[in-house]
Design a protein around this ligand. Structure first.
Ligand code: ZN
Length: 105
């Protein structure tokens, strides 16, 4: 606990009462309820950000035609791709590749 930081924050009486009500329901202190709310919110936001914002290394800038050398599946729609089928190969700047069926881009 020595490394924990303290946040003093001002909230409206309405919000305070809501938090107090939750704390009472959960038999927690107002501090631990507030801490949990902030913790949960931060996790939800970072989960959402991870889905909404594509990291740069996940951007596929290159695409070329290819032929499946073995049975595989489309990286986007998960459709099965048979060995010998025409496919598209997409590649990121970092050299990460994925196989995509003819219908996906
Ligand atoms: Zn596909």
């Amino acid at each position: 606990m020595a490394k924990d930081k303290t946040i003093n924050l001002r909230v409206s009486k309405e919000l305070y009462n809501k938090i107090k009500k939750k704390a009472t329901e959960n038999r927690e202190t107002i501090s631990s309820t507030t801490r949990r709310f902030i913790q949960d919110s931060c996790e939800i936001i970072s989960d959402l950000a991870g889905e909404v914002l594509t990291p740069r290394e996940e951007v596929f800038d290159f695409e070329y035609d290819g032929k499946a050398v073995s049975d595989t599946a489309c990286a986007l729609c998960d459709k099965k791709i048979k060995k010998g089928s025409k496919i598209k190969i997409q590649e990121t700047n970092a050299g990460k590749k994925r196989t995509v069926c003819g219908k996906c881009e």
